[in-house]
Structures are given as C-alpha cells and as structure tokens.
Design a protein around this ligand. Structure first.
Ligand SMILES: Nc1nc2c(c(=O)[nH]1)N[C@H]1C(S)=C(S)[C@@H](COP(=O)(O)O)O[C@H]1N2
Ligand SMILES: [Mo]
Length: 329
C-alpha cells in the first residue's frame, strides 16, 4: 500500500512535531478523498495544536488554592503519560495527533445506572468549575494546575451505586494504535486506578476536562481525567473510558508494577519515604531550583517541604482515621 493509514505511523518514526502534524493532516485529507493524492499542503495550522477551545460557563470554586499556578507551558510540556512515552516531554510531542472525540465512557458494575454514554451526554447535566490544585508527583516534583472539571461525587450519585459497591475503578483507553506507548510493556495496559467510594465522594475529587479555562490538552489526559489532589499524581488517571463499581479493591497499574513502592492509597505523606527516595520535600516545577538536578538541589534545603495529604488534610484526614498510613501507603 502506498499510503499508510495514520494508525500505522509509529511514534518512534516521528522526527519532530511539525513533520508529524503535516503527515497526519496529509493522510487525513488523503483518506477523506478516498486515498486520492492531494497536492498542496494540508496545513498543520488548521489543527488545534497548541491550545484548545475555551470552555463556557465555568464557575469558580472555594476549593481552589491561591498559590500561583504554573505556566501553561510547564503544565503541557512536563508530563507523565506513559501511553505516549516515558520522557517528560514525550506526551507533548507524541499525543498531538490523538483524537479525543468522539469519546464514549462505559459505566459498569454494582450500580443502578450502567451502560455506555458519549462524553457530551455524560457532561451535560454538570456545571464546570475552576479548581486550582497542587499536584504532587510521587517522583518528588510538584505544580499548581488550574483545572476545569466536575465534582466526581455528582457523577457517582447519578450512577446510583449499590451498597455492595465499595470501590470505583477507572480505566484508560486501551488502544496501541492511538496510544503508541502501549506497544512497550512498561506497564500492564490498560492503565487502571481506583478509589474507595468515600474518597470518590470527597468534594475535592474531580473529573477534569480542561486546564486554564480551555479543553484538556491531549498530553494532560484528554478528553477527561481524574484529579485527586491529596494523592500522588499517578492516582489521577488520564483519558478515562471505563468507570466500574466494584465490591473488591482493584489491583492498580503501579501496584502491579511495584507493590512495595506504589500502594493503593498513595496519599501524599512526607513521613513515609519511597523505598528509593525521600518524600519529605518537593521541587516545584518552574521555581528557581526546578531544573537543578545537582546533588545539592536533590539533598539540599532549597526545595520546599511536602505537606501531609499535600496540604488537603482538613478536607480528607477523616477518611483515614484509625488507618496505619505506613502500612497502608
Ligand atoms: N493513563 C495514565 N494516567 C496517568 C499517567 C500515565 O502514565 N497514564 N501518569 C500519572 C502521573 S505519574 C502523574 S504525575 C500525572 C501527571 O499529570 P499531568 O501530566 O497532567 O501533570 O498523571 C497520572 N495519570
Ligand atoms: Mo507522578
């Protein structure tokens, strides 16, 4: 075959973003005209590349922090999204052509309302809120991100979980054509995460569909991702296609990969170190020492203290009363 389908393009064949986008645009227009060769340049500039469309009707939230948010640049170029590569800049480069619409979410398990629903219908009953949250990655860096999202509790209530539902399980899209990082067995795909029902119902838990008032960039988990700001970033699963109500606790992706390093709870806790590094401090991306990987910076005092529950203890500490947080890490 002369023309490869877009799906056949491997991300490791991509030399740079512009070439990739041009090729995608070209292939798409070729496909639309029945694979006839289209001359001229199908302009990459016509694609929504750098920034998304503005979201309408977004209201502020009292849960937002007044700390200065990171730049759009920081938030969209320093990412963890292994479905698009393991380097921090890989998702920004490799997710540009990802088509996040149309999108279907399937709700299953122990609930009254289950089934497949398209994203627009899923979101329709909800009011979008600005939620400026701290994000603390287990790798000891942090950011402040102005998300736009909906309270997860409202979604849960609409599903009417049965009393037998103890956990909510989330799954990322499983498609190695569209998510080329899934061709590498760095994790047991699809990416899976979970919360207890009480955690999911906490008012801080949101499903985010935007950043800085605009639709979620692909590298941040388009079109919809979880955000649980008191837990390490890996709990905040991206590009969700399944929400499942379960009686039993799921084995999450990072738990499966390294059970002694990444627990189910993954609450931010400066007193419980990762087996391979301290969690006492964090490096705020964009700050003076953020890109200083020197020994002095890593072990020195220039970094800021990490707070218990990432500073959200007032809202969430009660969820863990009586739980040994060292054992249930
Ligand atoms: N599906 C999926 N979700 C994911 C990840 C991933 O690799 N795949 N990485 C997690 C990690 S480790 C972090 S820190 C956050 C990063 O979110 P951000 O890139 O939007 O800042 O996404 C989380 N959600
Ligand atoms: Mo992370």
């Amino acid at each position: 075959m002369l023309i490869k389908k877009p799906n056949d393009i491997k991300w490791y064949e991509i030399t740079d973003k512009a070439t990739y986008l041009n090729r995608r645009a070209f292939l798409r227009s070729a496909a639309m005209t029945g694979a006839a060769l289209v001359t001229g340049s199908a302009s990459a500039a016509t694609l929504p590349i750098e920034r998304g469309a503005k979201l309408a009707g977004v209201v502020p939230s009292a849960f937002s922090t007044d700390e200065t948010p990171n730049s759009y640049e920081d938030i969209t170029t320093y990412n963890n999204f292994y479905e698009f590569g393991t380097g921090k800049n890989d998702p920004a480069k490799n997710a540009t052509g990802f088509q996040a619409r149309p999108w279907t979410i399937t709700i299953s398990g122990n609930a009254e309302k289950t089934g497949a629903i398209n994203l627009d219908d899923f979101l329709a009953p909800h009011t979008l809120e600005d939620r400026i949250y701290r994000l603390r990655c287990v790798e000891a860096w942090s950011m402040v991100i102005p998300w736009v999202g909906i309270p997860l509790a409202d979604v849960i209530k609409r599903c009417q979980p049965l009393s037998s539902a103890k956990y909510v399980v989330f799954e990322t899209l499983n498609d190695r054509q569209r998510m080329p990082g899934q061709r590498y067995s760095v994790l047991d795909w699809p990416y899976i995460e979970g919360l207890t029902i009480a955690e999911a119902m906490n008012p801080l838990s949101i499903l985010a569909v935007g950043v800085y008032g605009e639709i979620l960039p692909n590298q941040n988990g388009a079109p919809i991702r979880l955000v649980v700001p008191w837990k390490y970033g890996f709990k905040s699963i991206k590009s969700i296609v399944k929400i499942h109500f379960s009686e039993t606790r799921p084995k999450t992706s990072w738990e499966k990969a390294a059970p002694n390093e990444y627990g189910f709870y993954a609450n931010v806790n400066p007193q419980v170190d990762h087996p391979r590094w301290s969690q006492a401090r964090e490096r705020r991306i964009g700050s003076a020492d953020a890109n200083d990987d020197s020994w002095r910076s890593i072990f020195g005092t220039s970094k800021q203290d990490t707070k218990m529950f990432n500073g959200y203890g007032e809202q969430v500490a009660h969820l863990y009363e009586g739980l040994n947080l060292r054992r249930n890490f």
